[in-house]
Design a protein. Structure first.
Length: 416
C-alpha cells in the first residue's frame, strides 16, 4: 500500500500532556513555527490547559494516552501513531518525552519516516533497564539537547549518537519578558502584596519549594550577609506543590536565624515579568544540576542580574560566558575571571558562605558598573535565547533531514 504524502511539510510532535512545562511550551512554539513556515503542525498528546494556545498558533491536537508507560499500551499507541503517519502523510516525527518516544520511534521506523528527539532534561539513569528505557531519546536521526551540559551527558551515555547530537537552547518569549511593557503599577502591586517596605531592594529566588532548588542555602546566606545588607529583602516565590513540611521547615529556619523581617516566603506568583522588574537581583541556588535555566534567562531579559550555582547548564545562561564581566574602572569592562571571592555571578553550589560572598561582591559594584552589566545581560538573553532563535534552528534541523524550506519561509514570515 502506497503511503500518503502531504503536499506541504507535515510535522508531528509527540508530548505526554499539554499542561505547563518546557516540553509542552516548546511543542506549541514549534507548532507555531511550522505553520508560519508553510507547513502543517500536528501534536499527539493527552491534552491539557495549553490546548487553546496550540489551536491559536495553527496546531492540531490529536488526543491519545501519550503519557502511558504500560508496554502493551505503548505498542498500541505505536499502531495508532503509524495510522496517523499513513493517513495524514506525516513528513517527520518529533518526540519530546521517553514513553511516547518509544511509540513514535516504532511507528516511524515501521513506515520509514524521519524521527527526531529533544532532551528537555537529564533523566535518572540507574541500572541497565533504566538506561535502555532512556536510550530511545538517543535514537533520533537528530538528537536535540537544550544545553551544552545536556549534550555532554547524552554523548557520555550514548556515544554512538555523538554525531547526531546538537544543541538548541530553550526559547524566551521576548514579548512577555520585556521591561518596557511592565508598568509601574504592576511592580507596585507585587511589592505591596509581598509586604516589602519602601526603599528596600529585593533579592528574588523564583523556584518551586523543593529541597534541591536550594532555598535553605539562600536563607543561610542571608543570615551571614545580614549585617552588611540592611536594605535587602529576600523574597522566595514558588508553589510548595503539597510539600507543606518543607515550607514549614523553611519558615522555622527563617525564624531561627532572626530573619522574619528580611525573608519573605511569598508562594506562587502569577506575574513573573513584574517580579523580575521589581527585583535588584535574582538568585538561582540549585544544589543539583539544571538541564537549562529558564529563570536565569527570563530574569536577565528583564534587566535583573542573576547569581547562580556553578553547576549543570546554569553557567551557560550567565552573561558573558565563559568569563564574567569584571570592572576595569571608570565604567569600562573587559572579559575576565576575577580572583576567588570577586565573582558575583557564579558560586559553589550548596555553599551559603560562597553565595554570601557573591552577594557581597555584587553589593560592592559601582552603580554604573552594575547598570552596564544589566544591559549586557539583557541584550544577550534576548538575542541568544529568544523563542525565534529556537524556532528557526529547529526548522533548520527539519529542513536538513527532509529537504524542506521551512526555516527560510519562517524567517520571511516573521520579518514582515
Amino acid at each position: 500500500m502506497m503511503l500518503k504524502r502531504s503536499p506541504w511539510p507535515l510535522i508531528l510532535q509527540v508530548v505526554p500532556e499539554l499542561s505547563t512545562g518546557g516540553a509542552e511550551r516548546t511543542a506549541i512554539e514549534i507548532a507555531e513555527a511550522v505553520t508560519l513556515g508553510g507547513g502543517k503542525a500536528l501534536v499527539i498528546s493527552e491534552g491539557g490547559r495549553l490546548e487553546d494556545e496550540l489551536a491559536a498558533v495553527g496546531g492540531e491536537l490529536i488526543r491519545m494516552s501519550a503519557a502511558t508507560k504500560n508496554p502493551a499500551l505503548v505498542l498500541a499507541n505505536a499502531m495508532r501513531i503509524a495510522r496517523v503517519i499513513r493517513e495524514r502523510g506525516v513528513s517527520l516525527v518529533h518526540a519530546r518525552s521517553r514513553a511516547p518516544a518509544w511509540s513514535a520511534w516504532i511507528a516511524s521506523r515501521r513506515l520509514k519516516r524521519t524521527f527526531v528527539t529533544t532532551y528537555h532534561g537529564i533523566y535518572n539513569q540507574k541500572g541497565r533497564v533504566k538506561a535502555f528505557y532512556n536510550g530511545v531519546m538517543a535514537r533520533g536521526d537528530a538528537v536535540i539537547c537544550n544545553s551544552e551540559y545536556t549534550a555532554r551527558v547524552v554523548r557520555e551515555r550514548h556515544p554512538k549518537a555523538t554525531n547526531r547530537v546538537g544543541v538548541i537552547y530553550r526559547g524566551l518569549d521576548v514579548e512577555r519578558f520585556d521591561p518596557a511593557l511592565v508598568s509601574t503599577e504592576r511592580v507596585r502591586a507585587l511589592r505591596e502584596a509581598w509586604g516589602v517596605p519602601s526603599g528596600k531592594r529585593i533579592v528574588l529566588m523564583p523556584a518551586r519549594l523543593t529541597r534541591w532548588k536550594g532555598q535553605r542555602v539562600l536563607v543561610e546566606a542571608a543570615a551571614l550577609l545580614s549585617a552588611r545588607a540592611g536594605d535587602l529583602v529576600f523574597v522566595l516565590v514558588g508553589d510548595d506543590q503539597g510539600r507543606t513540611p518543607y515550607r514549614e521547615e523553611l519558615a522555622a529556619l527563617v525564624e531561627a536565624r532572626g530573619l522574619a523581617d528580611r525573608v519573605i516566603i511569598a508562594g506562587h506568583c502569577d506575574d513573573m515579568p513584574a517580579a523580575f522588574k521589581a527585583s535588584w537581583l535574582t538568585v538561582v541556588a540549585s544544589v543539583e544540576a539544571e538541564a537549562f535555566g529558564r529563570v536565569s534567562i527570563e530574569s536577565q531579559a528583564m534587566g535583573c542580574p542573576v547569581i547562580a550555582s556553578n553547576i549543570g547548564a546554569l553557567p551557560e545562561t550567565i552573561a558573558p560566558e565563559p568569563g564574567i564581566l569584571a570592572s576595569a574602572g571608570a565604567g569600562a569592562f573587559t572579559e575576565a575571571v576575577p580572583p576567588a571571592g570577586q565573582r558575583p555571578w557564579l558560586f559553589e553550589p550548596g555553599n551559603p558562605q560562597a553565595l554570601c560572598d557573591s552577594l557581597a561582591a555584587a553589593l560592592a559594584l559601582e552603580p554604573a558598573a552594575l547598570d552596564a552589566f544589566r544591559q549586557h545581560a539583557m541584550d544577550r538573553a534576548r538575542t541568544s535565547f529568544s523563542k525565534r532563535a529556537l524556532q528557526h534552528q529547529t526548522l533548520a534541523v527539519y529542513d536538513r533531514l527532509i529537504g524542506t524550506q521551512l526555516a527560510a519561509n519562517f524567517a520571511n514570515a516573521v520579518s514582515r
